[in-house]
Write a protein that binds this ligand. Structure first.
Ligand SMILES: C[S@@+](CC[C@H](N)C(=O)[O-])C[C@H]1O[C@@H](n2cnc3c(N)ncnc32)[C@H](O)[C@@H]1O
Ligand SMILES: [Mg+2]
Length: 353
């Protein structure tokens, strides 16, 4: 277990996913009310089909899906449909096959107002038949790359990422390799969804971001990746893990900028951007984050990839160090740019008739 350090309460620098979801609820409500077209849906099918991509095991996914369902019902009523004309809802919970779908299914509310199904597989490829979805949601999942870009693992490449675990603070060529991998992955995601979504339907994507023109090392997550990297390098210096393992470790994650996101959506060409905004983490109503809560949050998010690469034995030692040395990074965290580290993008599948 992590030791609990007596650490002062920091101003909010890293928002919890749930409270950001509360902020997002408003965005989803407004979007569905103003922009969802229900005509294309009505001619296509009898059930309104929602997919949550990268749903994990709950409970955030249940909350998001319920928000969408409530907003769609409200929209139907506002357009003059009688309650018995409101469609039935089918919800698809998607994640990778190793996700614990049993936990997810066991936690489904018995009185939920939708039919549910699990859909295992990578959202970088096709998961559904043509024109079968009416709403896609994905939060905090698209930042995960399908793989570490091969050149950062290649000792003979200028992009070899020796002594670092991410592109934060790395030479430009490393940053570019990660950006190119993200572009490829998001391209595949959009190509697949373009075929699966009914024309006129919508997609809400929420993901960690960096504001345009700010190096990742200046945003809170970048500062923390750097900190984790230096803890790992120290473990290697003390002989507790091999240096070669640290060199070959890279967190397969990318924080897209709004400008890049716009370019990638335009490159695909089948979606219009209805709304795109960077959120300030300080929308968190619970305005307190401690070193301990940051370390726990980080551990929860990264434990899986670290274990798969280094083995389970180093986890406790690594995160104890991470926590013990939080004091060293607090000044950089406080001066980092937390203005826009979460991006919300709302896309509409274009109609061609
Ligand atoms: C941080 S969790 C987000 C969970 C939830 N959406 C939320 O907002 O709290 C990221 C999830 O994305 C999933 N994921 C990552 N890559 C994926 C892929 N290629 N296809 C489907 N799911 C993926 C992970 O397995 C993980 O459950
Ligand atoms: Mg490395």
């Amino acid at each position: 277990m992590l030791k609990s350090l007596k650490m002062g309460v920091l101003p909010t620098i890293h928002c919890r996913q749930r409270s950001y979801a509360e902020y997002i609820k408003e965005v989803i409500d407004e979007t569905i009310m103003e922009k969802l077209e229900i005509q294309p849906f009505l001619s296509a099918s009898k059930a309104f089909c929602i997919a949550d991509m990268g749903c994990s095991v709950g409970p955030n996914t249940f909350y998001s899906v319920q928000n969408i369902l409530d907003a769609v019902e409200k929209k139907f009523i506002s357009e003059g449909f009688a309650p018995d004309q409101i469609p039935q809802f089918q919800v698809f919970f998607n994640d990778l096959p190793f996700n614990d779908f049993n936990t997810l299914f066991k936690s489904l509310h018995p009185e939920k107002r939708y039919f549910s199904a699990g859909v295992p597989g990578s959202f970088h490829g096709r998961l559904f038949p043509d024109s079968s979805l009416h709403f896609v949601h994905s939060s905090y999942s698209l930042q995960w790359l399908s793989e570490v870009p091969p050149e950062v693992l290649d000792k003979d490449s200028p992009a070899w990422n020796q002594g670092r675990i991410h592109y934060t603070n790395a030479p430009e060529v490393v940053v570019e390799a990660f950006a190119a991998q993200f572009a490829k992955d998001l391209g595949m995601f959009l190509d697949a969804r373009e075929k699966e979504l009914v024309e006129g339907s919508m997609m809400v994507l929420i993901l960690p971001s960096s504001p345009d023109g700010i190096p990742f090392s200046d945003v809170p997550t970048g500062v923390l990746f750097n900190h984790l990297g230096s803890c790992l390098v120290d473990l290697a210096k003390e002989g507790l893990v091999s240096e070669a393992l640290v060199d070959s470790f890279n967190i397969p994650m990318y924080s897209v900028t709004p400008r890049e996101m716009r370019q990638l959506v335009e490159r695909n060409g089948c979606f219009s951007i209805e709304r795109m905004e960077l959120a300030d983490c300080r929308t968190d109503p619970d305005n307190t984050v401690t070193g301990y809560s940051i370390a726990m949050h980080f551990r929860a998010g990264l434990e899986g990839v670290i274990k798969r690469h280094f083995g389970a034995e180093i986890i406790n030692e690594l995160f104890e160090r991470f926590l013990e040395r939080m004091d060293d990074v607090i000044p950089s965290l406080l001066s980092s740019n937390a203005e826009g580290s979460q991006l919300t993008v709302i896309l509409k599948r274009k109609c061609y008739h």
